[in-house]
Write a protein that binds this ligand. Structure first.
Ligand SMILES: [Fe+2]
Length: 260
């Protein structure tokens, strides 16, 4: 499994404030079977603004501590970029991408979509980046019309859902929206968005919940297969749903589903 959205670099945003706390979360991740994690600190011009060198310094320090502690987990640099006019300049200048890929994790004002699409996301697409909209289910416009995410996908904007949203951590409406995205195949990634405000467990609970509600294959796509394509800088065509269908998978007959 791969968690593509976390705030575990200490003292750079509103996430972790302590190396010990971050190490504890990272240890939990490794114990639960996570192999790689993206450390996606907020980049928000005027609020959480830093150079790539500053980020790298923190990243290297945490990486060294992970090795020293014997935690078997691959750390990958990343950012959660707040959409603002001309944010493309900052993305290019500081390489605010997911690892070395063209993927960029983005967020907006929760009331900001759809205007932000035309003003701020479209220039990223034109420049060849692959935007991933963080916690799409939390946007007011998407709660009203969840099928907007399907339209975004068709325009090569990928969709990420928070594990906590599926468990009800942000309220009932967000939860309903998150499940709609998962059930309709409108989301590509489930990630923790962990800010070290409690024990690291929502990611694992959400995986169990998706497996329980749909099947192991769907959980595998959202928590492993699609996230693994970021490091390869591969695009995510819908066909993966079929390509990665395990050979032992058999659809339950309507009769069995009726009496399940
Ligand atoms: Fe986040």
């Amino acid at each position: 499994m791969i968690d593509i959205h976390t705030h575990l670099i200490p003292n750079i945003d509103d996430g972790s404030q302590d190396y010990g706390d971050s190490l504890r979360q990272l240890k939990k991740m490794a114990e639960g079977g996570i192999k790689s994690v993206y450390l996606t600190s907020h980049y928000f011009r005027g609020h959480y603004q830093y150079t790539r060198e500053e980020y790298n310094r923190h990243f290297d320090q945490l990486s060294a501590q992970v090795v020293q502690a014997g935690i078997n987990l691959k750390l990958i640099p990343g950012f959660e970029v707040f959409l603002q006019p001309d944010i493309l300049t900052d993305i290019k200048k500081h390489s605010l991408t997911m690892g070395d890929s063209a993927y960029v994790l983005i967020e907006s004002d929760l009331n900001g979509l759809p205007d932000d699409f035309y003003n701020n996301i479209y220039p990223l697409l034109r420049a060849g980046y692959k935007p991933i909209l963080a916690h799409a289910e939390r946007y007011v416009s998407i709660m009203r019309k969840p099928d907007q995410t399907e339209s975004l996908s068709k325009r090569n904007v990928y969709i990420q859902t928070n594990a906590g949203s599926l468990l009800g951590a942000y309220g009932e409406k967000v939860k309903q929206t998150a499940w709609k995205l998962v059930n309709m195949g409108w989301t590509h990634f489930v990630a923790s968005d962990d800010h070290v405000r409690g024990e690291y467990k929502a990611f694992f609970e959400a995986r169990d919940a998706v497996e329980e509600a749909i099947d192991n294959h769907a959980a595998h796509l959202l928590f492993h297969v699609y996230p693994s394509l970021i490091a390869k800088n591969e695009s995510i065509p819908y066909q993966y749903v079929h390509i990665y269908r395990p050979h032992h998978y058999r659809r339950r007959s309507w009769l069995k589903r009726l009496f399940a």
